[in-house]
Design a protein around this ligand. Structure first.
Ligand SMILES: NC(=O)c1ccc[n+]([C@@H]2O[C@H](COP(=O)([O-])OP(=O)(O)OC[C@H]3O[C@@H](n4cnc5c(N)ncnc54)[C@H](O)[C@@H]3O)[C@@H](O)[C@H]2O)c1
Length: 339
């Protein structure tokens, strides 16, 4: 009687669970990595993604692990955070070290190793698996982690949405009321084909028509940050922020005569690559949420002092609209030209 039809290790059998492994530095994750993982996911029932990091690498391993865990909740994302040799030339027992290390994360299997580099073949042999090369010639996603780290803005289209905020240039528009902040933020966003972050406080105050309470200030600062971070994922290289938590500290001083602790802390933690400080040399335009028509010059001085105390890089924008536009674009072009 004929026995079962023999199958090669790489041939799939119906009803048999298939497992896969992909390892990487993912520094940072890019479209080439996503291609490998997305493809692998479709070919196996359970995929382990092993994020390998070493201390002192330019992007902390913890961040890379968090990125992939968020993006692939349906995979077994694990983090290898210990010093192991990176290349066979670095250690005579390189392959046995890697075999033992991988076995701690994947005790049995896997059936398939997914890798676009040839080491996938050796690793697969070692683990009794089959190597699935994904795109060895990098023709589908011609990108590498090194290229991104060297010039992230140049390779923006190869950055996944969840990595973009890490490299995004954030520009804060800062200054007294009625100096054209919102118009400038909106028009800059259109010009640079990106997003801008409106003032969270405006909508909040409109929806809560009463005197501001001390607790409103931390909430306003947190709401501003939440809106900014949500929009950061949609932005194209640069994000224009029409205010920030440091501004909230100034308004807290005006209204409360003190700065609630959470607001100071949020203001200190927040990072902007550039701040445009708008001068008060344009006419006042009244509206229901503007409070200091006669103290704009004093408020400007407080703004400048706050930026200096915070050690923030800023450029003062003055003059008529055309001059303001030209100065703002020059400062932003210089920022984007830096790698
Ligand atoms: N070099 C070796 O012989 C060897 C052997 C065993 C283990 N390791 C270790 O494995 C870990 C992962 O290293 P890595 O350099 O492969 O990580 P990586 O983050 O550069 O790449 C992860 C995976 O994505 C693939 N990939 C990268 N760019 C791609 C693109 N543009 N298109 C398609 N696929 C792409 C790679 O081939 C790899 O399979 C490191 O810790 C390394 O030390 C290396």
């Amino acid at each position: 009687m004929a026995g079962p039809i023999p199958t090669r290790p790489g041939v799939m059998r119906p009803g048999v669970m298939r497992t896969g492994l992909i390892l990487g530095k993912f520094m940072p994750p890019h479209q080439g990595h996503l291609l490998c993982i997305e493809m692998a996911k479709r070919l196996v029932d359970r995929l382990t993604v092993l994020v390998c990091s070493l201390p002192d690498e330019p992007i902390p391993g913890e961040r890379r692990f968090a990125w992939l865990r968020e993006r692939f909740p349906d995979c077994e994302v694990r983090w290898l955070n210990e010093v192991v040799p990176s290349e066979p030339s670095q250690h005579p027992d390189f392959w046995s070290i890697w075999k033992a290390t991988i076995r701690r994360f994947v005790p049995t299997g896997p059936d398939y190793i997914f890798a676009s580099d040839d080491y996938g073949a050796t690793l697969a042999d070692l683990l009794g698996a089959q190597w699935v090369p994904v795109d060895r010639d990098r023709v589908l996603m011609p990108i590498s982690g090194t290229a991104i780290r060297n010039a992230p803005l140049t390779h923006w289209e190869h950055l996944p949405e969840f990595v973009r905020p890490y490299y995004l240039r954030r520009v804060c528009i800062f200054g007294p009321e009625s100096t054209g902040k919102t118009t400038l933020a909106r028009q800059l966003a259109a010009h640079y084909r990106t997003q801008w972050v409106p003032e969270f406080a405006r909508g909040w105050i409109d929806a809560n028509p009463r005197d501001l309470a001390p607790d409103d200030f931390p909430f306003i600062a947190q709401g501003q940050i939440a809106l900014e971070d949500a929009l950061a994922r949609q932005a194209n290289r640069v994000l224009f922020c029409d205010t920030d938590p440091l501004t909230t500290t100034l308004w807290a001083m005006e209204f409360l005569g003190r700065i609630p602790d959470p607001v100071s802390q949020l203001a200190a933690e927040r990072r902007y690559d550039l701040t445009l400080l708008l001068q008060v040399d344009v006419p006042w335009v009244a509206d229901s949420q503007r409070f200091l028509p006669h103290a704009r010059r004093e408020f400007f001085q407080k703004c400048e002092q706050a930026l200096q105390q915070a050690g923030r890089a800023y450029v003062t924008i003055t003059g008529d609209w055309a001059e303001r536009w030209q100065q703002a674009c020059a400062a932003i072009d210089a920022l984007l030209a830096r790698t």
